[in-house]
Write a protein that binds this ligand. Sequence first.
Ligand SMILES: Cc1cc2nc3c(=O)[nH]c(=O)nc-3n(C[C@H](O)[C@H](O)[C@H](O)COP(=O)(O)OP(=O)(O)OC[C@H]3O[C@@H](n4cnc5c(N)ncnc54)[C@H](O)[C@@H]3O)c2cc1C
Length: 505
Amino acid sequence: MSASVTHVAIVGGGVTGWSAAAMLAGRLGEGVKFTLLDIPEKGGESPRCQASLPSIRGYNRLAGVDEVDLVTRGGAAYTLATAYRNWQGDGGDHFLPFAAHGFMLERRDFHGFAAQQRRRGDSTPYDHYSVAALAARQGRYRPPSPKPGSLFAGLDYGLQLDTAIYTGMLRARALAAGVEVVESALAGVERNALGEIEELCLTDRRAPLKADLYLDCSGRCARLIGEALAEPRIHAGDCMPADRCVSVTFTPDRPVPHSTLAALEQGWIYSVSAPTGTEATLYFCCELIADERALALLRQWSGGNEKEDGAFRAVSPGRRRRSWSGNCIALGEAAQSLDSFVTGPLHWAQESVVRLLQQFPASRDFSRSRDEFNRRAALEFEHRRDFARLHAWLGAGIDGQFWRRAAELPVSDALQHRLDLFRQRGIMPFYEGDPMPQALWISLLLGHNHWPQERDAIVAAMDPGWIAEQLERMRTLMARAVASMPGHDEYLRYLVQSKKQNTGT
Ligand SMILES: Cc1cc2nc3c(=O)[nH]c(=O)nc-3n(C[C@H](O)[C@H](O)[C@H](O)COP(=O)(O)OP(=O)(O)OC[C@H]3O[C@@H](n4cnc5c(N)ncnc54)[C@H](O)[C@@H]3O)c2cc1C
């Protein structure tokens, strides 16, 4: 019987390192000791604002981060959808919610009815059948209703986070759960006869740090998995032609309850609105436009009221061949990096922490957990890569060399099958390990007017008058419900006020 895992060392105190520390130390209790190694003055390279999927609420609950506290401290705003602007090159927009559109009718999925109506000449945009999408468009927000039957019951929301405030709260939770911090830089790694990490050598003549398991959360430099263990990185730059990005933060008139993906001729802008400010990042190809031009385009888009100079960064999508190698597990950017669409890198880092928690090894015989962890990480990344590549495909109608290059990029067999099956039959195939909900793939295609060619035979046999009536009723009820919702900024103010009243501050 192998010895137990009783000590875990975490290298890196960015959002990934503290996410892992808060969750693992909080859930695994006193049987496992955690030591986090960080150089505070160096700091990480995370975006200032990040949008997450609804699953972050479960993460926060398990890690002990109080959501209302996070929001009222200015650390987060709500998000109901992603606003897609100009992805068909016509200046139009479409709001992609996290929850599915419409309701099932006669046990058939809603999108089959919407497609049938479209075939009969009804041009209602698909996002008019979603309370979340309509609310996001109008800048409204309210929490989901606990009442089963309510139109607000399925209102799924994520958070738009200020990374620094959120990291601070995760840190506080981790320290409360007993995580020990060593403020020192990693100077080197001693390896044992098996090639695994024996101990970490620290600067400042400190004693080496020895643990059973090592988590590499050191970001892009990947001190353990890359530098020390030389685990190869698989490049994934074939989903979009962007190799550089520039970010600015600015203060908008009011925080909006959605992130935004805007396609320009020269690339695309991803923007996220935390209460402390909005961060917009333009992804572009440096062979096609110079840095100054990219920054000028971004400034023009953000209205020119940014708080500081633009920050440039190289974009290099890819993943480690194995993110768990020997006794080292890479999380966050040390493990993988991929262009953000719909959700930011934090979501994927936290997904890998949850995967680790579920498979956390009781003993130091890691082989089985390691293989399964790596298998699932690889599957997840390949589906995310397809999701990113889908955006290149959606932008095929946009003018400019960037999008012509995007259209020439290879499409995987799995993505081709998805596109072919959906466009012909309106069916979205099921793939093991796909982290994106099926509703998201469907809504993204329909929202951009890629409607199935063939009829759904069962829907086609139903009374067209009845279908038209049901859809009209749905739209009317949803529009009325959304009109009754408060503004997102109004709701945020209300939360802050109630907290002040409750705490007497
Ligand atoms: C504007 C912007 C946009 C981005 N967009 C994307 C995107 O779309 N997709 C994507 O995948 N990624 C993106 N990134 C990268 C993003 O930063 C990461 O994916 C992720 O958020 C990084 O978090 P992290 O905690 O893993 O690493 P980091 O935030 O880099 O933290 C690493 C930590 O390790 C510590 N550290 C490093 N070396 C040592 C050492 N020798 N000893 C001790 N401690 C050490 C550092 O001090 C730091 O605290 C973006 C980054 C920026 C700035």
